[in-house]
Design a protein around this ligand. Structure first.
Ligand code: ZN
Length: 302
């Protein structure tokens, strides 16, 4: 089923491979498409939703020490976040928007390196809405200078996205996130975007409407791992929450943080803006697990 085309803002974002990588594309907060029915309020976070762009929650059972888990992504074994205690460990696996449906698995090894085993899960389908956008054809092709800049930034971001740190204290506590800014949260994650009739990569974050200068707060305790001004994403900060759980903030007007800063949950570290390819001020908020952008709404109360 195709939805009616959304109103097309003026001065639309460029269609770019950069946007394809991170899926931001500088979208302004979108008209609400209607939120999917919410499951019963969970007591643990994030909400489990084993669909492309969602999170699989896998029981690993008891063990004296936290087991190690990996998921195969392309030609890499990517470490997976594992939380819990000696009575029950749980793996939280980010599922790529481009994931194949059906059976998937992680590999789990005990902390002492023994008894590697597969833990399977099934990826169910989720149909994300389609968004039709029109852009000037000449904005599709970058100048050689911009192309070179984009490629440098892409390579740098790939290093940032591969961050995997061990949390202080040995294990993460609650993963329930605070909303980083107040404001209307669009249901824009996963939108299948069609530019000038050509399907492109989907939107991989949540857009929150807010005025330039609105403080943005850390949704969980964090360490700042990247601060930059990028061609498409504008002023951008990446936070590391531990074990491959990262979050990303784009189009910022002010970045009051330096790499290495340690933030408490709720601590302001930057401000909403309209930098990069945007049509107006908003926060683009991305949440990443095992190098996979997942739906931020799974981490916050409805
Ligand atoms: Zn966005």
């Amino acid at each position: 089923m195709s939805l009616p085309a959304l109103p097309v803002p003026t001065a639309l974002p460029l269609l770019t491979r950069r946007a394809a990588l991170l899926g931001t594309g500088g979208l302004l907060a979108l008209p609400a498409l209607g939120h999917a029915a919410q499951p019963a309020a969970p007591t643990v976070w994030p909400q489990a939703l084993a669909v492309p762009g969602g999170v699989a929650r896998l029981s690993l059972g008891p063990a004296a020490k936290r087991p190690l888990a990996h998921v195969r992504q392309g030609d890499a074994d990517v470490p997976v976040l594992v939380v819990g205690d000696a009575i029950e460990w749980t793996a939280l696996v980010g599922i790529p928007l481009a994931a194949a449906l059906g059976e998937a698995h992680i590999t789990v090894v005990q902390a002492d390196g023994s008894s590697a085993r597969r833990v399977p899960y099934a990826v169910a389908s989720k149909r994300y809405a389609e968004q039709q956008l029109k852009v000037s054809p000449r904005t599709v092709d970058l100048s050689p200078e911009d192309q070179a800049r984009y490629e440098r930034e892409r390579d740098h971001q790939a290093v940032v996205m591969a961050t995997f740190s061990e949390p202080a204290g040995g294990t993460l506590q609650s993963l329930r996130m605070q909303v980083p800014v107040p404001g209307r949260r669009s249901s824009s994650f996963g939108l299948r975007r069609v530019f000038n009739g050509q399907p492109r990569n989907p939107h991989s974050g949540m857009d929150i409407a807010a005025a330039t200068g609105t403080p943005v707060v850390a949704p969980l305790p964090a360490r700042v791992i990247d601060v930059g001004d990028y061609f498409f994403n504008g002023g951008t900060v990446w936070l590391d929450h531990g074990q491959g759980l990262l979050s990303m903030y784009c189009h910022l007007s002010s970045m009051d943080a330096r790499v290495g800063d340690v933030l408490q949950a709720g601590e302001a570290f930057c401000q909403v803006g309209a930098t990069g390819r945007v049509t107006g001020p908003h926060l683009h908020w991305g949440v990443m697990l095992n190098r996979t952008m997942v739906d931020p709404s799974l981490f916050i109360p409805a």
